[in-house]
Design a protein around this ligand. Sequence first.
Ligand code: FAD
Length: 409
Amino acid sequence: METRVETVRSTKHAVVVGAGIGGLTTALALGRTGWRVTVLEQAAAVGEVGAGIQLSPNGVRVLSSLGVLDRLLPTTFRPEAVEMRLGRSGRHVFRIELAETAVRRWGAPYLHVHRADLLDALLAATTGSGLDITLRTGSAVRSYEQDREQVTAVLDSGRRVSGSLLVGADGIHSVIRGQMLGTGEPRFTGHVAWRVTVPIERLGRDAPPPTACLWVGEGRHAITYRLRGGALANLVAVVERDAWRGESWTERGTREDALADFAGWHPMITTVLREADAHYRWALFDREPLENWTDGRVALLGDACHPMLPYLAQGATMAIEDAQVLADRLEAHRLEAQGLEAQGLERPGDVPRALRSYAATRRPRTARVQAGSRQNGQRFHQGGRFAHLPLWFLGKLAPRVYHRRLDWL
Ligand code: FAD
């Protein structure tokens, strides 16, 4: 519930719209560089559909620098390797060792984490560490207004919250992006994902391996991995559909429909689907890279500006990186302006300039990841072709490609 709404004219007050992974990381990164932050979240409580997320070392490094990793680590799972298998037979296509390699090569572990645990760790870090961050739930933002001095979030309730900058971290259906760019809804990609979690003890010998395991097939694929120290199996299973007819972009499906989509697949997939209590079905949307992410004192961040297919497992990680770059750019411009002022020179408007610099840094990188995620979708759904390639060839090629990709990230 919204307990208190204020109008603040402080030069160091940031308004963040959305308390997802992107919004909370932004609040934390800004809070740690001296900003007072108000986070406005439309939901009555911060939370997510129970499902997992893969965090590659580039995201883990940011969480570590923000002091979140220590809280998070006890709830995570470290996969031994990344594997690819054929969906029906389970035949191995390749395996790339990850547990030791990740820390040695990329300076941080590759982790699997429950989204609820990541949000809890971010919340604990934002609210429990003496930073000046306030979270207001039940606060849906309708629009923003701005002048030279400040920007104001206008809530559905009619109330207003002002600061010197506003971050639209309000997800794929962002109202902030809609107002800023007038862009329509994102594109339905023709892919729909089943997402389930199951206690590992229910799965017996059909428990998925302790790896990030990609199962490929014709027109569909799945990924299995473990969460919470290995106690929970997570499955994302994707099929192609001509259209998404649901009213919402996520809805509850049935066990029967999920099993029918993966009939004849390996028992590690079908057993997870059979044993799951809840079967969530997500329509997968993305959009072409946007030319512009800022409008004066307003910037977009995370899925609001670069929604992507989850096939490089980078959507949340990119939002986490955005948050750090945004805070860094604001701090760099503040220091530069301070230096100029000390020399008696004119102080430029630091917030809009810093936001433009943030967007210019992030846009090329996130556009490349958006494109790579799409390409992977096409590769994963031609799974039958892998069966005809010599395993020794794939075994040699795959680690090189995979390592190069994570080197770049
Ligand atoms: P969201 O998580 O969408 O948060 C937006 C928040 O804003 C929500 O809390 C919402 O309630 C709030 N909000 C919306 N509108 C308003 C408003 N008007 N006023 C106030 N609040 C508002 N990424 C990875 O890095 N690794 C993975 O392994 C991975 N797997 C995925 C698997 C699937 C099947 C899917 C669909 C995605 C996956 N992703 C993964 C992507 C990742 O989930 C998203 O990129 C990430 O959650 C985006 O975070 P966000 O904070 O930008 O947006």
